[in-house]
Design a protein around this ligand. Structure first.
Ligand code: SF4
Length: 427
């Protein structure tokens, strides 16, 4: 969602005549879009702002803004702590960038963190004039179908940083999707902090996904769903529609029921496993990734072993794993952070080792198969090699000449390099 917001900001700035620089020293405006979901990224914001201080001394006309979740939560405190900053604004203020820049250019230092005035659960929070300009990064489009979250997971700062959950009207979303397809989108991502809790009147997430899958688009993905709001009908729809990709990021967080309950995740492990089992039965090609936290307050060794057991049973395609760190303002921040740092580090290392072994085995099974790949750019390290993704969201580097972004090609997988599959395409 943050990346999506960054692209939106670039679009807004381009209408004001700004262009993206390749060198930070050439910039006349720097916007730092921030994430507060963990402690580390928040610390990095202030060290990065310290670095910008030097740039501003060399170029006093440089404008520096801080956006995103840290901005929403800290507001004016950022202006007080970092003299280099001219403007601070939360996600709901993003579309007012032209006004904000105007205020700064007239000598003001501002912190705009008000929430949009929304009554009820449904609100078209993308202003009408921006619908036609939905964000398209090469051939991949991101559409925010909802924002915020009304759940109260004990570790999570999103409800405070992004507000309560608001869904957009389906027609408004479909209008944006059609505009993006007309511009050349081959893949659409539906985004929401709790994407499958989407609800606009009688329209549920499954109805919206069904409607989007009937548009002329080759690939559809969505993130992130909550296991509590997942049901078998969604698995059936994914299996039935060839343009809904066989990839699901389904955050688990812990493999132990007691820890899940303490986290206020509101589902049990058996329920998660039953849903995954059904999904794999109706769609054997499905790849499932997840988020896991180690060292949540009171997590025992045995409960951590339960997490490893669930990983071994589900065999995730990717795990985003984190050592727990308390976020001020969350419920868990009031509890003792009682799992020692060394224990958290040891658990994380063991978890990564288990996942690496699973992943190595999964990737090896791709060798010799043919995969449909959407070419989305160039390999970050090899300029003459194209990059793309399988339907199941595995990154693939493709050694072939003349491939264009947006092309969908059949690739024979011939190897593995780090987390990439490698392959060849014959024209
Ligand atoms: Fe945070 Fe996701 Fe829980 Fe919402 S459902 S509170 S976004 S972890």
């Amino acid at each position: 969602m943050n990346e999506h917001d960054s692209f939106r900001m670039m679009e807004i700035l381009s209408t004001l005549g700004f262009e993206r620089t390749q060198e930070i020293g050439d910039a006349s405006l720097i916007l730092v879009n921030t994430c507060s979901v963990r402690h580390n990224p928040e610390n990095k914001v202030y060290s990065f702002l310290g670095m910008l201080d030097k740039l501003k001394r060399r170029n006093p006309a440089l404008i520096v803004g801080v956006a995103g979740c840290v901005a929403q939560q800290s507001g004016e405190a950022i202006l007080r702590r970092a003299r280099v900053v001219d403007m601070v604004f939360g996600p709901d203020q993003m579309f007012r960038l032209p006004e904000m820049l105007d205020a700064v250019q007239h000598g003001e230092r501002i912190a705009w963190t008000e929430w949009q005035d929304v009554r009820g659960r449904v609100h078209n929070f993308i202003p009408g004039e921006w619908l036609e300009r939905g964000h398209l990064d090469g051939c991949i489009a991101f559409i925010a179908i909802s924002k915020g979250c009304s759940n109260g997971c004990a570790f999570c700062i999103v409800p405070q940083a992004r507000g309560r959950e608001i869904s957009r009207e389906p027609d408004n979303i479909l209008e944006e999707a059609r505009a993006l397809i007309a511009k050349g989108a081959k893949e659409i991502w539906l985004l929401g902090q709790n994407v499958n809790a989407y609800r606009a009147g009688d329209t549920r997430f499954i109805d919206l996904l069904d409607a989007v899958s009937q548009l002329d688009v080759r690939r559809i993905r969505f993130t992130s769903p909550h296991p509590m709001d997942w049901d078998d009908a969604l698995s059936d729809l994914m299996a039935a529609r060839s343009n809904i990709c066989s990839y699901l990021h389904l955050p688990l967080q812990s493999g132990a029921d007691r820890v899940l309950e303490k986290m206020n995740r509101r589902h049990a492990i058996a329920e998660y496993l039953n849903k995954v089992c059904y999904m794999k039965r109706v769609n054997p090609a499905i790849e499932i990734s997840t988020d896991l936290i180690v060292g949540f307050p009171t997590e025992t060794d045995a409960e951590f072993e339960d997490t490893l057991r669930v990983m071994t049973e589900v065999r995730f395609s990717q795990v985003f794993s984190f050592k727990y760190s308390p976020r001020p303002g969350t419920r868990a921040a009031d509890w003792p952070d009682d799992v020692p740092r060394t224990v958290k580090e040891d658990r994380l290392a063991r978890l990564i080792a288990v996942q690496d072994a699973i992943n190595a085995e999964q990737k090896a099974r791709y060798i010799g198969t043919e995969q449909e790949i959407l070419i989305d750019g160039t390999h970050p390290k090899h300029k003459n090699v194209s990059s793309g993704r399988t339907d199941g969201y595995r990154p693939v580097s493709v050694a072939a000449e003349g491939l264009a972004v947006g092309q969908i090609v059949t690739v024979r997988i011939n190897g593995v390099q780090g987390h990439w599959l490698t392959g060849e395409h014959e024209a």
